[in-house]
Design a protein around this ligand. Sequence first.
Ligand code: CAA
Length: 388
Amino acid sequence: MKFAVVGSGTMGHGIAEVLAIYGHQVKLIDISWDILNRAKQRMEESLRKFYEKGTVKEDPSVILSRIEMSTSYDVAKDIDFAIEAVPEILDLKRKVFQSLDEIAPREAILATNTSSIPISEIAEFTSRKDKVIGMHFFNPPQIMKLVEVIPSKYTSEDTANKTVELARSLGKVPVKLRIEVPGFIGNRIFLRLMQEACREVESGEASIEEVDSCARNKIGLPMGIFELSDYVGLDIDVDLWENIVKRGTSDVPCKLFKEKVARKELGVKSGKGFYEYPGNKYLKVKLPATSKVDPARLLSLAVNEAAWLVENNIVKPSEVDDVMKYGYNFPKGLLEIADELGIDNILRNLEDIYNKGYSAYKPQDLLVKMVKEGKVGKKSGEGFYKYA
Ligand code: CAA
């Protein structure tokens, strides 16, 4: 198949690379040759790592030869599928989608990798609303297996099915939402993790390092919550936080993240965020081996969010778990972990924090019901899952 990838930054260059690894022809479009050449260098470095490990068999130069770079949309005239990955600015998305709509063949699907702008708003920039869809990759897209597929109210079933098939053919795990919700699945849960992490620190319950040590050493996550926030980029975190809350999700007071962004401490990409990254390169953060933070408390708000998603039939428990396993490299699904920690423990923490005046922690009916019925997780034989 022939693809256009618009935007060659962190996500765009990675998506183009994945498509080329799987044998597709890719037109990589961006606004300047400086940016495109930097993308080429990043793809080369990444492909070299895969080649040396044997995870890709073809020589990197052969894979790269399938990627044509351009500063003009004209190269998109014969594509089958486009993926947009430009910054999250509505006017920019408008320009990209109007240009693609004008140049790409009528039957081409136009996907967006946006994490915060409603897909239906983007679809309205085009004359093919049924062929516009969300295809949300996770950072780094070369490694993370998750792709959230988000149909808007206009998207046809055929477009959704083709996008799911495409994700699968790229070795990814697609999770399709029944209906679009702000932040989709992954970022809604990631937001809840950041909010609780921030609340613990700002209320003096724990330090940043203690929160992250709990995440990594007790729960087994690949990164601490603040560490992951630095990795994603604190400007991106604040942006997705504000976008989700603006569209009706309850907020938790937190100054830490915005203060960092105001000081231009954006995480890995600026060399400093909650931690320091010499040379603006990610290096695993050093953390204390032990922590007083309770995993059930740190995950409580995230589990409450997952319960909301399940209650509202947006995804199933196993799909929430796929999102966290394949999008964030959780060692187990969030709800599997919740079952192990005990739904009663999760509920007790939510009630405790809610009673301190944090309205966002109001326990979801589903959790209250589960505890009332004695379905408190692994120890009772049933929680989100059944145990023999
Ligand atoms: N290309 C090729 N290989 C790469 C790579 C890339 N771009 N990035 C990392 N790697 C390789 C490394 O070379 C390394 O290989 P070896 O094990 O053979 O040495 C391997 O991946 C692991 O990398 P590191 O040793 O540098 O560090 P790590 O062990 O901590 O793993 C990580 C890095 C895979 C990113 C891991 O920390 C992780 O899974 N973190 C969680 C990431 C996550 O949650 N992402 C989602 C962010 S949210 C999002 O993206 C959505 C949004 O809209 C904001």
